[in-house]
Design a protein around this ligand. Structure first.
Ligand code: FDA
Length: 310
């Protein structure tokens, strides 16, 4: 385990830091690299610029672990409103939600009801509803929700983390029901009995899973998103899948707003299907810390914002 990554992921879950760090101007200035703004309008405006470059968008409203059901209801209503705005602007955009933002800690059935409403509305617009994957204590419950949602809505997609030891079985179960998968390396701090610790082992697992999914016979409605900024890994997967005679159109590439922007545009120009996830909202601290942990050198960029403003 990388000690810098470990420390940043610890800080992501620390309540005192969560309360205090976002008050500092240099922290707020640093977040701007990863999100166009806190409001949904700023996210929609950024999306229009990406869509003009041939890049699709996924929106996520930052938040997790709500502590009362009214808050979860408000999150679901918020996303319904966002889907209406996507329709009004006519942009290639969909949404990705966190189960604990929709009340999973409090009432799993209510969370499923919210997901069903959001999937139905997304289906009206011909879009997928994606479910993010959170830390390992939520993985089993999130996969169960995805399976129950997929039983009713073909436009269901769920994020799967390559670093987890359980993932091969989850992928197999999800493919059996033709559920869409967004494959990521995994962003949380997990113990060795739960997840691979070595970065190159995680990349190897990602590569094997991607090729395995691509080689499996899948229904026409499910999608595979390779969600990574690791362009070397994407090249390797393309080589492996070309050898296995898999069509490049069988998958799409997803990246985060503000990361590897030149590659996002290049891949779209080269004819890949590219989608960028845009996060917005005021509850950005834990999400931002996970972005720093992915590349601890980002901390130095953040600290540069401590200097005088030009
Ligand atoms: P890796 O970390 O090896 O990065 C490859 C290269 O990309 C780096 O060398 C660097 O150049 C660049 N890069 C990557 N991250 C960067 C950063 N933060 N800042 C600057 N440069 C960076 N995780 C999860 O657990 N649950 C989820 O639901 C999701 N959802 C999700 C959606 C989408 C669309 C993406 C792209 C990612 C996620 N993730 C996620 C995050 C994922 O698990 C992982 O932590 C990050 O994608 C970083 O890993 P990479 O695969 O990009 O490789």
């Amino acid at each position: 385990m990388d000690p810098a990554r470990d420390a940043l992921l610890w800080a992501a879950r620390n309540h005192w830091l969560r309360e205090h760090l976002p008050r500092y101007r240099f922290v707020r200035a640093s977040v701007a690299r990863f999100m166009p703004g806190e409001t949904v309008d700023e996210a929609l405006d950024a999306a229009e610029r990406l869509v003009a470059d041939g890049i699709g968008v996924t929106f996520t409203n930052l938040g997790e672990n709500v502590t009362d059901l009214e808050a979860a209801d408000a999150v679901a209503d918020h996303y319904l409103d966002v889907l209406g705005r996507i329709e009004a602007r006519g942009i290639d955009a969909e949404i990705s939600v966190k189960a604990t933002h929709l009340g999973l800690d409090l009432d799993g059935d209510r969370t499923l009801e919210h997901l069903l409403r959001l999937a139905a509305r997304s289906a009206d617009l011909g879009r997928h509803l994606w479910i993010d994957m959170e830390s390992s204590e939520y993985v089993g419950a999130t996969i169960d929700l995805a399976k129950r949602l997929r039983a009713e809505h073909a436009n269901t997609g769920v994020c799967i983390q390559a670093y987890l030891h359980r993932t091969l079985q989850d992928v197999s179960d999800l493919l059996a029901i033709d559920c869409s998968i967004r494959l990521v390396k995994g962003a949380y701090r997990e113990p060795p009995e739960v997840a691979l610790q070595d970065r190159s082992a995680v990349s190897t697992a990602f590569r094997k899973l991607a090729v395995e999914i691509l080689q499996r016979e899948r229904g026409t409605e499910s999608r595979l998103a390779l969600a990574t900024h690791d362009v070397d890994l994407l090249d390797e997967i393309e080589r492996d899948s070309a050898a296995a005679e898999v069509d490049r159109d069988a998958y799409e590439i997803q990246m985060l707003y503000g990361i590897r922007v030149a590659d996002q545009r290049r891949l779209a120009r080269e004819g890949y299907r590219v989608r960028v996830l845009i996060a917005y909202g005021t509850y950005w601290y834990p999400w931002f810390m996970r972005r720093l942990a992915e590349r601890p050198a980002n901390v130095w960029f953040a600290l540069r914002n401590l200097g005088p403003r030009k």
